[in-house]
Design a protein around this ligand. Structure first.
Ligand code: SAH
Length: 358
């Protein structure tokens, strides 16, 4: 227990055994009480008023029960329906978590790494470069923070989780899976309500397909031929499209889950009629769903996003070719909502309303 305790550095990294050791000498039911406080009631130790004051104080000050992140900035957009946090770890790493309310659901978008090594040219996080992997505790804590805010805002239970924040989840496989399992078992988020979004790390896709926890897979495709994809998504040189499609086929066969392809629409680059045709040829056999994302402008990528009219035309071309397609309504544009834009710093607060939650 001592060894595990030393390794667990923050609140959501403790196992039940760790907590047992930490509560040595207390009545046995305290373990479940604190666990319940952390995961079901989403409370910090200081808020666990059901505990005796002396114990509460001890837990509050215990090094392994500290939060992994401090809140640096909170931004609110879309008439209050999008809340975005810039969080800072003790080592100074900056990451982003976003909570989005839709008509029929609330979704948390969390980060898996500080920065990203994939270097996709149009992505703000890619432009920052790689910082480090997040631990399972750090990923879980983001979800708990979102779930708590969801309740505080009166939005009900957090139902959906997408790994579409900073970083490449399948390049931090172990921690991501451990966090997803924790969110499933202890926060009660259904596997079918979780989505892992990947740039296309083939070994990770294969491994994920074999997991007992069967989550949704989104593949950030953005280009349907290797020449273009090499330039937009450099990891394509290592995992080219044909091999990627084979891994996707394996994923759908194994899990019976439908894959979605993410496609950021870039004017004159990947929104032409020929792009729609190429994409349809990849999506149709997989019965993949295509999610069109209007490109969010970033400082390091000078090509403009497609016009709304071109995005709709592209969608219609795909629909006509028999591909299930939706246009994602982008959230948090006025708060630099695109992946990595807040942590990237440069003008992060430009035009944004900075608010603190009551
Ligand atoms: N690394 C993972 C998850 C993080 S990004 C992945 O690549 O899937 C989440 C999604 O936002 C990805 O589909 C990514 O390609 C997309 N994205 C990144 N930058 C964007 C931008 N500037 N505009 C629109 N979408 C962007």
């Amino acid at each position: 227990v001592r060894v595990a305790l030393a390794a667990a550095s923050s609140r959501y990294g403790l196992t039940r055994d760790d907590l047992c050791g930490l509560l040595d000498g207390e009545p046995r039911y305290r373990v479940e009480q604190v666990w319940d406080g952390l995961y079901r009631r989403l409370r910090a130790p200081a808020e666990m008023t059901e505990l005796p004051a002396s114990l509460r104080l001890r837990l509050e000050e215990h090094p392994s029960l500290q939060p992994a992140f401090e809140l640096c900035t909170e931004q609110v957009a879309d008439g209050g329906a999008t809340v975005k946090w810039l969080l800072v770890a003790a080592d100074g790493s900056r990451i982003e978590t976003v909570l989005m309310r839709y008509r029929n659901r609330v979704t948390a978008c969390v980060s898996s790494q500080a920065g990203c090594a994939m270097a996709c040219s149009f992505c703000a996080t890619g432009q920052i470069g790689f910082g480090r992997n997040l631990g399972a505790a750090e990923i879980t804590e983001q979800v708990v923070r979102a779930a708590r805010a969801c309740e505080d805002l009166g939005w009900g239970r957090l139902g959906n989780l997408v790994m579409m924040g900073m970083g490449e989840p399948l390049a931090n496989y172990r921690s991501v899976l451990a966090a997803l399992r924790r969110c499933n078992e202890d926060l009660g988020i259904g596997a079918r309500a979780m989505t892992v979004s990947t740039v296309g790390i083939i070994p990770g896709i294969r491994r994920l397909a074999a997991e007992p926890l069967q989550v949704n897979l989104a593949v950030s495709l953005h280009a349907a031929n290797d020449e273009l994809r090499d330039s937009l998504v450099p990891v394509n040189r290592r995992y080219p499209i044909a091999a990627l499609m084979e891994a996707c086929t394996g994923y759908t066969e194994r899990t019976r889950r439908r894959i979605s392809f993410e496609w950021a629409c870039i004017a004159g680059v990947n929104d032409r009629r020929s792009d729609a045709e190429e994409l349809a040829r990849l999506a149709r056999p997989l019965r993949a769903h295509v999610n069109l994302i209007p490109l969010n402008p970033t400082p390091g990528f000078l090509v403009a996003g497609s016009t709304p009219g071109d995005v709709r035309r592209f969608r219609d071309d795909l629909l006509a070719a028999g591909v299930n397609t939706t246009i994602r309504n982008t959230r948090g544009r006025e708060v630099d909502g695109a992946c990595g834009q807040l942590a990237g710093g440069g003008g992060a607060l430009r035009g944004a309303r900075v608010a603190s939650r009551p």
